[in-house]
Design a protein around this ligand. Structure first.
Ligand SMILES: Nc1nc2c(ncn2[C@@H]2O[C@H](COP(=O)(O)OP(=O)(O)OP(=O)(O)O)[C@@H](O)[C@H]2O)c(=O)[nH]1
Ligand SMILES: [Mg+2]
Length: 247
């Protein structure tokens, strides 16, 4: 597998993973059984996330689950999608050399979205239940490209896809060029929940996935007796700040 460092502002990749909601914050299933699904159409996942009615499935991690959702991470190359996923899944940080995702990662559906791989990513949007859209707070171009990503999402993803905007790498305070307020403003404009994250320190990483999982679970269960889950409110309540002075 040939891997190389790519410039920060190049269009990026889209790791995808399944969220087993039986264990909302648990390990991420591969969805592809750990094997490389190849560059063909993305594997189908039912819209309501139900895989086998009345029968639990076994994920590649060995956990049983009866509902699984397809979640994709999208955004420019180098914003930290793979690192965010690894942080959530393994609790580790991939420091050092930037190994850009090329094609599809064998561990999970880690599809690359550098311009030349974009058509592969488009196939994956189709049955995604949720999208985490990332930019890098130290890279202005990655923030400016968010609107283009949203246009692409509206074109290829399902209308009811759960969407969240994440400003990653907030641990890099010296290099920060995108203010938290800028992210908040953009998110408000598009009506999507927003939080800042760090794959390096783990700030808000579990929360981002947990919030998405809660929203998807509530949507799929549709229990009229339960109060409606409000993703925006949940995020606002639970989110942690990166600096010293804001909660
Ligand atoms: N300081 C800091 N560096 C990060 C963070 N997340 C990722 N990085 C670094 O940013 C670089 C790119 O991270 P990746 O996760 O590979 O980026 P990507 O979005 O998957 O890139 P593509 O696969 O090319 O689309 C790596 O050198 C990481 O170590 C973070 O939260 N903080
Ligand atoms: Mg990657």
């Amino acid at each position: 597998m040939s891997r190389k460092k790519t410039p920060k502002s190049k269009a990026g990749s889209a790791p995808a993973s399944s969220l087993p909601t039986a264990k909302e914050n648990g390990p991420v299933g591969s969805g592809g059984g750990g094997s490389n699904p190849g560059p063909g159409p993305a594997p189908e996942t039912p819209r309501n996330g139900l895989l086998l009615s009345g029968r639990p499935s076994l994920s590649s991690s060995g956990d049983f689950y009866d509902v699984a959702f397809k979640v994709m991470l999208v955004g420019d190359s180098g914003v930290g999608k793979t690192c965010l996923l690894v942080r959530f899944k393994d609790g580790a940080f991939l420091a050092g050399t930037f190994i850009s995702t090329v094609g599809i990662d064998f561990r999970i559906w880690d599809t690359a979205g550098q311009e030349r791989f974009r058509s592969v990513t488009h196939a994956y949007y189709r049955d995604a239940h949720a999208l985490l859209l990332l930019y890098d707070v130290t890279n202005r171009a990655s923030f400016d490209n968010i609107q283009a990503w949203l246009t692409e999402i509206h074109e290829y993803a399902q209308k009811d896809v759960v969407l969240m905007l994440l400003g990653n790498k907030v641990d890099s305070t010296q290099e920060r060029v995108v203010k938290r307020e800028d992210g908040e403003k953009l998110a408000k404009e598009y009506g999507v929940p927003f939080m800042e994250t760090s794959a390096k320190t783990g700030l808000n990483v579990d929360l981002a996935f947990k919030a998405i999982a809660k929203e998807l679970k509530h949507r799929s269960m549709k229990l009229p007796s339960e109060p409606k889950f409000k993703l925006h409110d949940y995020v606002k309540r639970e989110v942690r700040g990166s600096g010293c002075c804001r909660p």
